[in-house]
Design a protein around this ligand. Structure first.
Ligand code: PXP
Length: 242
């Protein structure tokens, strides 16, 4: 099973101050060197984290495949046609949401998705549809030209008790079996963290997990002590930088 690391929230931190740091290309290099199998970024309509320039710069320097998540709008499609990422994941998007809150409604827009898939597939991009673990959506996904689906694990991750988590997990497993029987390749992601990923990683049909927020959050604590020590060393032994 592969790991795609979503680095959006490195950009969230940068955009909080409009600084040059933390540098996204440096982050991508670290993530790749640590074993990530792909770099995932979501260019949101409100540009709250990733910017167009980030996508262009990352496309130049990353060695692993880029997975560009985007809403299914004309502007985004034109942008994706210019970038030609190795993977493109269509996601639903609402401006007011904190993060992607549910899967794409494939059932109501099969022909639009089909046409968009064709445009990107012709340029060599493999398309994935981010959908809920729902039989109707999976059957509809099989009618589009998308070779991949990404099962939304957010409902499982958000379950606030064991019974609900087990129910969501069973639903995910059932949906993945259906998808595999329809020859869809299956990825999964959203809300996965250091406690809940094991159960998902045990599902053999899943090809790749896309994980972001928990990894970037964990990285703060892995690096916080070192960061304080480095600043302390500067203050204890100050040198002019001018
Ligand atoms: N997969 C998709 C389609 C997403 O939209 C996101 C969030 O951008 C992720 C995976 C990663 O989710 P998280 O940040 O909760 O790990």
């Amino acid at each position: 099973m592969l790991l795609g690391v979503n680095i959006d929230h490195i950009a969230t931190l940068r955009q909080a101050r409009y600084t040059e740091y933390p540098n996204l290309e440096t982050a991508a290099r670290i993530v790749e060197n640590a074993g990530a199998d792909s770099i995932t970024i979501h260019l949101r309509e409100d540009r709250r984290h990733i910017q167009e320039i980030d996508v262009r710069n990352l496309k130049e320097i990353i060695k692993k495949p880029m997975n560009l998540e985007m809403a299914l709008t004309d502007d985004m499609l034109i942008f994706a046609e210019e970038i030609k990422p190795e993977f493109c994941c269509f996601v639903p998007e609402k401006r007011e949401e904190l993060t992607t809150e549910g899967g794409l409604d494939v059932v109501s827009q099969i022909s639009k998705i089909k046409e968009s898939c064709k445009r990107l597939t012709d340029l060599g991009t493999r398309v994935s549809l981010f959908i809920d673990a729902d039989e109707k959506q999976i059957n509809a996904a099989a009618e589009t030209l998308a070779p991949y689906i990404e099962i939304h694990t957010g409902h499982y991750a958000d379950a606030d008790n064991r019974k609900k988590a087990e129910k969501e997990l069973e639903n995910i497993k059932k949906s993945i079996r259906l998808a595999a029987s329809l020859d869809l390749k299956v990825n999964a992601g959203h809300g996965l963290n250091y406690e809940n990923t094991g159960n998902i990683a045990l599902i053999p049909e899943i090809l790749e997990l896309n994980i972001g927020h928990s990894i970037i959050s964990r990285a703060i604590f892995s690096g916080l002590s070192e960061a304080v020590k480095e600043m302390k060393a500067i203050i204890d032994n100050p040198k002019s930088s001018l």
